[in-house]
Design a protein around this ligand. Structure first.
Ligand SMILES: N=c1c2ncn([C@@H]3O[C@H](COP(=O)(O)OP(=O)(O)OP(=O)(O)O)[C@@H](O)[C@H]3O)c2ncn1[C@@H]1O[C@H](COP(=O)(O)O)[C@@H](O)[C@H]1O
Length: 108
């Protein structure tokens, strides 16, 4: 039985494809356009995920979520931020309820 596909696997694929020819890789062509374009695509996929959450069957929401996560990892790659840095932040937050964190925030 093969190991389950993980976000770390996708991060590695994105890093490898970043070194590919732009003509053969969507990832490379997107990275070549810069962080602003990558972020714009992330925003579009976020909106499409919201729409799917409200109106699509599960398959549609799953597909849009996959697009969203791929584009988030491309943005992180474009900025030189790693998935393990994000995971470390998520780990730091464990043990504290989101409500407690919200209550502890300084007022704006
Ligand atoms: N997971 C993905 C993935 N999800 C979505 N997409 C692409 O993201 C694009 C976004 O969809 P849109 O409808 O917005 O596309 P579009 O209008 O053609 O995009 P733009 O011209 O606006 O950039 C599509 O071209 C999808 O194919 C992805 N492209 C690549 N991957 C992964 O990255 C790997 C490497 O891909 P390449 O870099 O293309 O070799 C693939 O094997 C996959 O594992």
């Amino acid at each position: 039985m093969s190991a389950p596909f993980t976000l770390a696997d996708l991060e590695r694929i994105i890093a490898a494809r970043a070194a590919a020819d732009a003509g053969s890789s969507y990832t490379r062509s997107l990275l070549d356009k810069g962080v602003a374009k990558c972020a714009q695509k992330l925003g579009e996929e976020a909106v499409e995920t919201v729409i799917a959450a409200l109106s699509a069957p599960d398959e549609g929401l799953i597909a849009e979520s996959a697009d969203l996560i791929y584009h988030l990892l491309v943005v992180l790659a474009a900025r030189g931020v790693t998935l393990s840095q994000v995971e470390a932040e998520l780990a730091r937050r464990t043990g504290q309820s989101g409500l407690a964190e919200k209550a502890a925030r300084k007022p704006d």
